[in-house]
Design a binder for this molecule. Structure first.
Ligand code: ZN
Ligand code: ZN
Length: 350
């Protein structure tokens, strides 16, 4: 642990200029539970950029525990539009606005085979559904915070979709139930992170994961674990593992093909009675560095070393304690009207 404390305590460690810090915001299955939120990863770079890859239900609870102002997030990237990957959109949009954001929310996500399967449609309808909510806020909060800058990219193309400040993020197709899902590759300062999103083992990922320092890959519970714990029969469990997600045995084969400096498995219920069998399956093919992800696992990455450990966070945090001048001074829209008959019945007015 040379140079790092045993635990990562938020706001106590400056990131070195050449360093990447990855924090698991959610590592579980679609049915979230107290120990594991749905999928989400925070990636902080030494140049000051911060990206979030997926924002499934519960991930923003983890994010708030890190006491990072929402204003500091550069952009959000969704691998696909399953609710366990984008369910906290209301949080990253409205809560970040309440929490001090004075710029539009910047979101990247894939297209689909028809317009209503794409990121733009998802964001538009989310915004529409919160019409009353946002009408109550635009008069009191910076009006610009309601705005969303959506970058919908072609799910079928392998392409660079973000290139700024020395950071390059590219997308490639994933194979997950139907057309649309993707994986991402982030390159910065000679360091590479590859994130599979949800996928069955596929060649796009292997082709796009060359020289990956960290590979975060879908790994589901074994079929036997699903039969024993969640009511699946062998056929149904097998379909989830091998047609929709990645079985641990196959995750190991992918890790062996890519040879990352660190392989990270996520998207399974990680418990004392499941982890050993999952690792055993992975180890049939792969003998390199491996982390079976827990929520709030922290990965520090430099060219010289990779360190994994857990964050130690508080429960009663105040995630945004500093309102900047820019937030106070940003233009507001007119305040919403309220009926006279409601006002007439107010009590204790000051
Ligand atoms: Zn999915
Ligand atoms: Zn998922």
């Amino acid at each position: 642990m040379d140079g790092y404390r045993r635990y990562y305590f938020p706001n106590t460690e400056a990131l070195a200029a050449d360093e990447v810090r990855i924090i698991a915001l959610g590592t579980g299955r679609p049915y979230m539970r107290p120990a594991q939120a749905n999928s989400g990863w925070l990636v902080e770079l030494g140049n000051g950029d911060k990206f979030m890859f997926d924002f499934g239900y519960g991930t923003q609870m983890r994010f708030s525990a890190l006491e990072i102002p929402y204003q500091d997030i550069t952009a959000y990237f969704a691998t696909h539009l399953h609710s366990d990957h984008v369910g906290d959109f209301g949080q990253i949009w409205v809560a970040s606005w309440v929490g001090g954001r004075t710029k539009p929310l910047v979101v990247y996500g894939p297209s689909g085979t028809q317009p209503n399967y794409g990121m733009k449609h998802f964001v538009e309808k989310q915004r529409e559904s919160f019409a009353w909510d946002t009408a109550t806020r635009v008069g009191f909060l910076p009006a610009i915070g309601e705005e969303v800058e959506v970058h919908e990219f072609n799910y079928a193309e392998t392409a660079i979709i973000y290139d700024s400040n020395g950071v390059r993020i590219s997308t490639f197709p994933a194979i997950h139930i139907t057309d649309g899902p993707v994986g991402f590759r982030l390159e910065w300062n000679g360091l590479t992170l590859v994130y599979s999103g949800d996928t069955t083992p596929n060649g796009f990922l292997v082709e796009n994961a060359s020289n990956a320092d960290v590979l975060i890959h879908d790994t589901y519970n074994t079929v036997d674990q699903m039969v024993a714990t969640t009511g699946h029969d062998k056929k149904g469990g097998g379909a989830v593992n091998t047609y929709i997600h990645t079985d641990p045995l196959d995750a190991g084969r992918i890790f062996a093909m890519v040879h990352p400096r660190l392989a990270v498995s996520f998207h399974f219920y990680n418990d004392f009675d499941t982890a050993s069998e999952i690792e055993k399956q992975i180890r049939k093919s792969y003998d390199g560095a491996l982390a079976l992800a827990h929520d709030l696992m922290v990965i520090n990455v430099t060219k010289a070393r990779i360190q994994t450990r857990m964050a130690s966070t508080g429960s009663h945090v105040y995630p945004n304690t500093v309102y900047q001048d820019a937030y106070r001074q940003a233009p507001r829209k007119p305040k919403p009207a309220i009926s006279e008959w409601l006002l007439a019945k107010r009590l204790f007015q000051k």
